[in-house]
Ligand binder design. Sequence first.
Ligand code: 5GP
Length: 127
Amino acid sequence: MAKTYDPQNIFAKILRGEIPNKTVLETEHSLAFHDIAPQAPHHVLVIPKGAHVCYDDFALEASEAEIVDFTRAVGEVCRMLGVQPGEGGAGFRLISNAGDHGLQEVPHLHVHILAGRRLGRMLPLPE
Ligand code: 5GP
């Protein structure tokens, strides 16, 4: 996927307050909110506030402050959901889709935190 950022993507609109969201956590550089179409009992999206299209772009281009904030936000959401495996939780799956083969729908970096049930195979078997 090209790194060209589309400021009209739906998560950019959420960040600008043009579309409502169910916020789980907001930090200086990140926002976490419930997915509109949850695929597990817990399905939270974590996004950076900066204009980053996907994970590789963010990992290579974002400031250290943004990367630390985003990474800590993911951990904090896991703690808030009570899903940390080492802390009595039953675990979770972290997914970040990118580009065409990754079937990324929204071109603003997001990680999915999925939890609350056994999540099955990581990928479907090839057809
Ligand atoms: P992707 O396929 O890009 O990894 O995931 C995009 C996710 O964004 C999907 O799980 C979809 O349900 C979620 N989503 C799309 N539009 C909205 C919206 O307006 N609000 C929220 N909260 N989630 C959305």
